[in-house]
Design a protein around this ligand. Sequence first.
Ligand code: NAD
Length: 414
Amino acid sequence: MGSDGQLSVPNHTIIPFIIGDGIGPDIWRAAVRVFDAAVNKGYGGQRSITWKEVLAGEKAFNETGSWLPKETLDVFRTYLVGIKGPLTTPIGEGIRSLNVALRKELDLYVCLRPTKWYEGVPSPIKNPQNVNMVVFRENTEDIYAGIEFAAGTDEAQKLQRFLKQEAHVVYNFTDTTGIGIKLVSEEGSKRLMRSAIEYAIAHGLPSVTVVHKGNIMKYTEGAFKKWSFEVAETEYGDVTYTWGQWERVRAEKGQEAANAAQKEAEEQGRIIVKDMIADNFLQQILLAPKDFSVIATLNLNGDYISDALAAMVGGIGIAPGANINYKTGHAIFEATHGTAPRFANTNTMNPSSVILSGVMMLEYMGWQEAADIIVKALSQTIKNKTVTVDFYNLMDDALLMKTSEFADKIIEKF
Ligand code: NAD
């Protein structure tokens, strides 16, 4: 990572990967062949990737006795960019989730989830081609801070006493009340929003929508909206136009003037920064998906939103993701689904989730040619109805492919 904030990637680069548990090895083995073939096709030997395996999850536990060996974190810290398969969540091991631990250790504050429809992918909605959104989900705060106290514990009771006696909260606490704490900071909100706006600028996208529950949780969700708008207006005022500005013009000069000002901003190609309450947003993505482009949201809302959007364009078998710290450059790319343990070693699951996560990684590295080659071939393969079982079950006249065969078909298209 250069001092200018630009990632500088060697032409022959080393990338650490975690193979993952459950279906992880099947989909990784298919995906890595696609990556290597695409890089080879795109750069004819001028660029290459050496894959460096690091351990996490069940495989790590079986081989080293630790679910997340320190060496794995050190390697990701050193190499900056990596990719991982899904990991089993150890139960009762003192680790809430390995994914959360990785994100926390490397302060990967953006969970990036693009949602785009590929022609031919079965979708539950009528016009999936209208869905093209990129979710920026805050990845370190909100419920991910994981501060919770079980009902009946000393901590929960002490907290109740504090809330009643010192914070003067009027609430009928009982011994059976568990307590969770929601944390949202100005720094956390602002760095997420900066990333979302930078992304919209870099990709020439029309809007950033801040999704929140600020109507109910004023000092967390509401503050997130306020801080996000502040970033847009004070740091990116020359390229954005916010609904906050619209409201101020309306208050001063009336609705027509406000609409005219926004129209002018749109014509100038400014990024429109709007906001929406999360529940309304979840209906609007179904009713008017064309209205949304980049989404900035806190952790819990982002969780629901990204899965709902994934379902609209074909489900988690094709949903890629990344966890990124744009300041340090650290980034771990990953499929968004879990280990689907019932299907482990069946060579039947859809590797598109990991393949498209790899596409995001190549784009992040600036290896756009290789990324484009994969996207084009993957789209054609699905369009030709040569698909894995998840899509096969929903398509007429499709040809059923094993995980490995699906990768072969993609590589043939190169
Ligand atoms: P899951 O995502 O593993 O599977 C749910 C269902 O989705 C599967 O039964 C399967 O029908 C479908 N599916 C998942 N991946 C698919 C693919 N590539 N192609 C086609 N269909 C696919 O969810 P789960 O069963 O709730 O979780 C299993 C384990 O995974 C748990 O231990 C959980 O903690 C873990 N998990 C890990 C991650 C991660 O590592 N990022 C994310 C979620 C869950």
